[in-house]
Design a protein around this ligand. Sequence first.
Ligand code: ATP
Length: 350
Amino acid sequence: MARLDIHSLAKRYGDFYAVRDVSLSVADGEFLVLLGPSGCGKTTTLRMVAGFIEPTAGHVKLGGTDVTLLPPWKRNAGMVFQSYALFPHLTVAQNVAFGLEMRKLPRADIDKRVDEALALVRLGGHGGRLPRQLSGGQQQRVALARALAIRPDVLLLDEPLSNLDAKLRQEVRVEIRELQRQLGLTTVMVTHDQEEALTMADRLVVMNEGSVRQVGTQRDLYERPTDRFVAGFVGRSTFLEGAIEAPGRFRTDGGLALACTGSGSGRGVLALRPERLQVAAAPIDGLDNRLSGTVEFVSYLGALIDIHVRLSPADRLVVQIANREGGFTPEVGQSVHVAWPASAGLVFTE
Ligand code: ATP
């Protein structure tokens, strides 16, 4: 295994930057996830690391060696594609052997490594089948075996679970993560699925419009998002529009004066995490912000309940409560009290 360093990587198509100035380091054995909405440049970044796309600018270093201009088969990166990209006319074993043949390994070594890789993904005995004779989950594991067979310095996963059904996806997540730990594989995975990213990553990189917006652990991103985009993309937030009136004081466009954290001045948004707010039929004492409002919408999510409360003509927020036996569940149209500490509100100025 090896560390991966990406320096000021960029990819331009005509006037459009698919990726701009991305710098990242992935430690030896670390599982890094690139998370962001569709089209933000995740796949392009991963493909530049793999060698399938030539960067417009910047460098990729694997184990300290600059591999920016090497073709894919000359850099030791194992890639799993979203579509699996298995060769349909080749058997499972031949698919797994492909990268080894490109690297011109002796036949005996190839056979040994194919067997090892198939055993790792629990597909021993399936080597003679064709991809179409396998389930989606098994095909995905063949793609993983093919990437592992080359004993990669870095494993690159491009939305590897997106073609699996929800239940299988949860199982394969755990399998991949356990295998990655067991082998100590330096790994970069791309996904737009927040839950998948949070479950699997050691660290996450949030991207938008070709740029890195924030890098950190799950807790860093959730507790200390650096901008509105991250606050809305990782976890949920209600955003109230308005302006900072004085330090620690936010005035919403609907006229509410709220205690908050965050510095700056001028217009901005107050971001509130739904689960940090409280709702009750009676006034709630002891918290910095105490307001009343009317319930406009309730969504029952099983373990959790979302309550949408109108605080002013311009201000509506979501409070999320746990679905507890005998707990308070307001109904649409009911008047309620909402409260939260100043620390639950983060302001982002424009
Ligand atoms: P998704 O989750 O949908 O796969 P992504 O974050 O992986 O999205 P990329 O595939 O990296 O996004 O694409 C980033 C941007 O670059 C997109 O706007 C895409 O349309 C554009 N793009 C990608 N490849 C090309 C190309 N060959 N020519 C022109 N534009 C491209």
